[in-house]
Design a protein around this ligand. Structure first.
Ligand SMILES: [Ca+2]
Length: 290
């Protein structure tokens, strides 16, 4: 609870979101959502702001669900995870060297298009390390995606809402009591909760993926383990689920590039030999997420 309070304090203000009417694809694997349905966006904790034209429609409030939803259909999660690339062993925090380059628009354009145009108005807050994707997976068949949303990973490892809320909000899946949670990052290998996490409404569900025991595995190390904490593997630059020569070639070809770049595995704003070595030393490591 102490951590949640500190996150609220660090944020200070809430941020606005925009969801474009161009979104045509489904946000969930289990239900089709028409464009007209997507236009009805509920901002929990504040008056509903909606528009027939979602282009440039700004939503603000304490909670935001990127899928359609209401107060009674949103489930909250407080999730913690570390990325090995920007992890600093001296203070066990994540580096914010990339902060000035983090885009205000969702960088995961390959995710469902209902998320693709999500952005913050103004710059990304300075406690943020990068954008991440959080997914809900079927408890009986964890390869099945139920719903997903975007979040900001902070330097302490906490994932907060891109609207400034201190937790992640996922659309309540009817008939689902618990579900696996997956965290994705654009150049690290995804991780999943070891067991299904409660999907009940009301309370905020806690998941600490910096604890190695809380990460799912089927046959090999699902994350790096160092200094008593677990961290997502860096180097899956092409997001194929395995770190291999194709990632290595891409990092080499982008050597010297500055700014926000998938080849920048340690998130310091520069692609160089450090990033290349990070990939080379983890060649053939694959995600354990089904
Ligand atoms: Ca780098």
């Amino acid at each position: 609870m102490r951590e949640i309070v500190s996150v609220i304090s660090a944020i200070g203000v809430y941020f606005s979101l925009t969801l474009s009417s161009s979104a045509q694809e489904v946000c969930t694997a289990s239900e089709q959502m028409s464009t007209s349905e997507m236009r009805t966006t509920i901002v929990v904790g504040s008056p509903v702001i909606s528009s027939n034209n979602m282009n440039n429609t700004v939503h603000s409030g304490s909670l935001y669900n990127s899928n359609t939803g209401t107060d009674s259909s949103s489930t909250r999660y407080s999730i913690r995870v570390f990325l090995s690339g920007p992890f600093k062993t001296d203070d066990s925090e994540l580096s914010r060297n990339l902060q000035a380059h983090i885009p205000s628009v969702n960088p995961y354009q390959d995710t469902s298009t209902c998320l693709s145009n999500t952005h913050v108005n103004g710059s990304v807050p300075n406690h943020v390390v990068d954008w991440v994707v959080v997914e809900l997976r079927d408890p009986n068949s964890p390869s099945l995606l139920l719903t997903s949303t975007l979040g900001f990973l902070t330097y302490s490892g906490s994932i907060v809402g891109v609207d400034g809320s201190p937790w992640i909000v996922l659309q309540k899946q009817q008939g689902v009591d618990s579900a696996f949670i997956v965290v994705r990052h654009r150049n690290h290998l995804a991780v999943m909760s070891a067991t299904p996490i409660s999907h009940a409404l009301g309370e905020v569900h806690i998941l600490d993926l910096t604890d190695f025991n809380n990460i799912y595995t089927d046959f090999s190390e699902p994350a790096e383990y160092s200094g008593g904490v677990a961290m997502m593997y860096p180097g899956d630059v092409l997001r194929s689920g395995i770190i291999n020569a194709r990632d290595r070639v891409l990092v080499r070809n982008r050597s010297g590039e500055v700014g926000y770049n998938d080849a920048d595995t340690n998130l310091d704003g520069l692609v160089n030999a450090i990033d290349r070595i990070a990939v080379v030393t983890r060649t053939f490591v694959a995600t354990q997420v089904p």
